[in-house]
Write a protein that binds this ligand. Structure first.
Ligand SMILES: C[S@@+](CC[C@H](N)C(=O)[O-])C[C@H]1O[C@@H](n2cnc3c(N)ncnc32)[C@H](O)[C@@H]1O
Length: 279
């Protein structure tokens, strides 16, 4: 990310969530605050979403990863988890709208410049900040998550759920593994949901060309994609760190689970969303 400048891709991800509410009527993931926090009118959101047909794929992917994370979180809350850390929160609205928020202590961790901008957006949109929420500004490339959370009052004796959506590709592999090791080290157990991409070298020619267009766009914004994983390799390493339960879904499983009428031409490789649990 560019120093001192809030994440432009956080705005883009939030725009996709807002567009999903309008164009697909929130059929995969419903977020009544998505448009309000963005501060852009519905017509502009729709116009921009429809200007590029390629945006639909990313919009659906973002809706799916959010739905997958929130379903897994709801199940964990049912099993007694009471602490949530939203890593790289961007304009995520979970803490402000979920009916489970009163059962959770929530920490939003993000790059300081993005978090400051989010707080301005919340104020301008008159979205109240719940008592259960604490902001923990942290730059993953310069500070440890442990330090960032410790100064915010994180309770490491509590089993914790971490959501980490739309962030992993932008980090170096070192920063990714440092964060995962911290999560694996929560003594009473942890759950993490994050999304990642397979290496573009494993995509079809057409998918790779689309990927490269999107990669060039985010690099121009100063937020290049740096890290990809082969799924088997990633899952093996997570298991070595003690994550005994892993649910990793790729393009085909996502389509089957969340939009089953899609034709069968879905590639095997692409974007994934993964839940790993260590108890
Ligand atoms: C694509 S946005 C995703 C935001 C949000 N999770 C969502 O799904 O809308 C990427 C997020 O990663 C955060 N991020 C990127 N690099 C970071 C870093 N080095 N330290 C902390 N946060 C970072 C950005 O501030 C931004 O909020």
């Amino acid at each position: 990310m560019r120093t001192g400048i809030p994440s432009r891709t956080a705005f883009a991800a939030a725009s996709h969530r807002a567009a999903h509410q309008i164009l697909e009527k929130g059929s995969i993931f419903s977020d009544p605050l998505a448009l309000r926090i963005l501060g852009v009118d519905a017509e502009t959101v729709v116009r921009e979403a429809e200007a590029q047909p390629l945006r639909r794929g990313m919009r659906i992917f973002i809706a799916v990863r959010t739905r997958f994370a929130e379903d897994a979180l709801a199940a964990a809350v049912e099993r007694g988890v009471r602490q949530l850390v939203v890593l790289g929160a961007g304009l995520d609205t979970y803490a402000y709208r979920s009916n489970l928020r009163d059962r959770l202590r929530i920490f939003e961790v993000d790059h300081p410049a993005t978090q400051e901008w989010k707080r301005q957006r919340l104020a301008e949109a008159a979205i109240p900040i719940p008592d259960s929420l604490t902001f923990a500004p942290t730059d993953f490339e310069r500070e440890t998550l442990s330090d960032g959370l410790a100064s915010a009052g994180f309770d490491s004796s509590q089993q914790t759920f971490f959501t980490w959506l739309g962030v992993v590709p932008y980090l170096t592999a070192d920063a990714f593994w440092a964060t995962i090791r911290f999560i694996a080290g929560v003594p009473t157990g942890a759950h993490v949901v994050f999304d990642y991409s397979n290496p573009p070298s494993s995509f079809s020619e057409e998918a790779r060309a689309n990927y490269e267009k999107r990669a060039a766009r985010v690099a121009e914004l100063g937020e290049a994609w740096l890290t990809h994983f082969e799924s088997d390799d990633l899952c093996a390493k997570l298991q070595q760190l003690g994550f005994a339960e892993i649910e990793d879904i790729g393009p085909r499983e996502m389509a089957a689970r969340y939009f089953p009428r899609t034709p069968n031409s879905i590639p095997e490789k692409g974007g994934h969303v993964l839940r790993a649990t260590k108890i």
